[in-house]
Design a protein around this ligand. Structure first.
Ligand SMILES: [Zn+2]
Length: 189
């Protein structure tokens, strides 16, 4: 189930990359999903307006349970949303999607300190510290994007609901990185 769903999403991504996304009957789908939702994936992604999982995977209404914030990080509330997606909506996939040139990761790299944005920066800071070795800035930021996705995956695995679903093989956690040319890279399964 998990691998079939992943294949379906990656096929949708190929259509998105090629600019061949499918025609959607949103009105019909809206009617069809009125009584309930059975999404394919719970996706934690960045709020970046260019990172839209429904488009990226060429999916329809009712197919992606999205949790978005700047930097695709997780607080208790986001973990709670993921637990709902996995434990109650039974999505076979739990995806953590970072993306290239992420503004939140860049802010963490630069040590940006401003109002509540600092809270986001502090969450990403340990991942930045792991990769910041005086190398090239843009390359270290991209490394931090990947480290951040992996750190979020580890946090999700600590949730008892997610862990149980993993143990029972009902869900797969997948780390991904999105590129602005439309491509998705699976960075960790
Ligand atoms: Zn971002």
């Amino acid at each position: 189930m998990e691998s079939e769903t992943l294949a379906k999403l990656m096929e949708g991504n190929r259509r998105y990359v090629e600019g061949l996304t499918s025609q959607k009957d949103l009105k019909g789908k809206r009617e069809e999903t009125k009584t309930g939702q059975h999404p394919l994936a719970t996706v934690i992604c960045c709020s970046d307006s260019r990172v839209v999982p429904e488009y990226i995977f060429d999916t329809n209404l009712g197919e992606i349970f999205t949790i978005a914030n700047a930097g695709n990080i997780v607080s208790d509330i986001d973990i709670g949303s993921a637990e709902y997606g996995v434990g109650h909506l039974h999505t076979p996939l739990l995806i953590v999607m970072g993306h290239e040139k992420c503004g939140a990761v860049t802010a963490a790299y630069d040590g940006h300190d401003e109002s509540k944005i600092t809270k986001i920066v502090k969450k990403i800071a340990p991942c930045v510290n792991k990769v910041k070795k005086g190398g090239e800035r843009t390359s270290e930021i991209e490394q931090a994007v990947v480290a951040n996705v992996k750190a979020v995956m580890r946090k999700l695995k600590k949730s008892p609901i997610v862990k149980k679903a993993l143990d029972e093989d009902r869900v797969k956690i997948i780390g991904m990185k999105y590129y602005f040319d439309g491509r998705i890279e699976v960075i960790s399964k």
